[in-house]
Design a protein around this ligand. Structure first.
Ligand SMILES: Nc1ncnc2c1ncn2[C@@H]1O[C@H](COP(=O)(O)OP(=O)(O)OP(=O)(O)O)[C@@H](O)[C@H]1O
Ligand SMILES: Nc1nc2c(ncn2[C@H]2C[C@H](O)[C@@H](COP(=O)(O)OP(=O)(O)O)O2)c(=O)[nH]1
Length: 229
């Protein structure tokens, strides 16, 4: 009986997490979970957690671990019958340990993209704030410049996507990501992909997941995501 599949995708800002997790969700029928999208939903719904998270995001800071785990882990408990891919969580060791105590992961994808490539990509990244949909003038431009393809609403650029902000973000990412990468490496579930183009990395990710993800249509067993935090 095929078991469920749960994975995380990690990488520095601009490494292609959103782009690749969208492709994985479509190709393998996984539910794509994005911590950033989930926070935006809470901000839009004016929940207590959303209001609190907003005060950190506005300052370009990570949302505190206890807020993130309280936001996300109950959401994962609703997913006991689903295979999923999480983008953007965990971002700290404390978050990884909280996730570890509630769900066992099958696989972690880590994207290793050169700084110059990240800088170039982020300078061309445009986002539809309400949905989190991502565009890139050079890679996947919107049909109408500056407008979201679905809603037609204006696209924006994140202030912290500007080159001068990227150095600090990248250093912070490396500091917080290293213990998480070491943890998943020690568990034997880390797969690292390096390169400068998503379209060249994608076939390797696709073939790895094709060997790991249970066939479509086979019966799925439940796997608990018990409240362990
Ligand atoms: N797991 C998390 N822990 C703490 N804060 C988070 C987490 N996930 C998202 N956030 C906060 O929400 C913001 C938006 O997240 P999102 O992933 O959409 O954008 P991002 O961090 O700019 O990602 P990237 O640039 O890598 O695409 C982040 O900048 C961060 O402040
Ligand atoms: N030129 C180019 N741009 C790319 C490539 N892959 C993704 N992008 C674009 C899409 C986004 O505008 C930006 C960052 O991608 P993303 O998926 O938002 O990354 P992440 O921040 O979620 O990790 O770069 C790529 O291979 N080439």
């Amino acid at each position: 009986m095929a078991k469920l599949f749960r994975a995380v995708i990690m990488g520095p800002p601009g490494s292609g997490k959103g782009t690749i997790s969208e492709r994985i969700a479509q190709r393998f029928g996984l539910t794509r979970l994005s911590s950033g999208d989930f926070i935006r939903e809470n901000i839009a719904a004016n929940t207590d957690a959303g209001v609190l998270a907003k005060t950190y995001i506005e300052r370009g800071l990570l949302v505190p671990d206890h807020v993130m785990t309280r936001l996300l882990l109950p959401r994962l408990e609703e997913m006991t019958r689903h295979s999923w891919l999480m983008d953007g969580f965990p971002r700290t060791l404390a978050q990884a340990e909280a996730l570890n105590s509630t769900c066992d992961l099958d696989l972690v994808i880590s994207l290793n993209i050169p700084y110059e490539t990240l800088k170039e990509r982020l300078s061309d990244r445009w986002i539809h704030p309400a949905s989190g949909r991502v565009y890139n003038m050079g890679f996947n431009p919107p049909h109408v410049q500056g407008r979201d393809d679905i809603s037609g609403e204006p696209l924006i650029q994140h202030d912290d996507d500007k080159p001068e902000a990227l150095v600090a973000r990248l250093r912070h990412y490396k500091d917080v990501a290293k213990p998480i990468i070491d943890l998943y490496k020690s568990k034997g579930i880390l797969h690292t992909f390096s390169g400068t183009e998503t379209d060249r990395i994608w076939p390797y990710i696709n073939s790895l997941l094709s060997t790991k993800i249970p066939m479509e249509g086979t019966h799925r067993t439940q796997r608990p995501c018990t409240r362990g935090y």
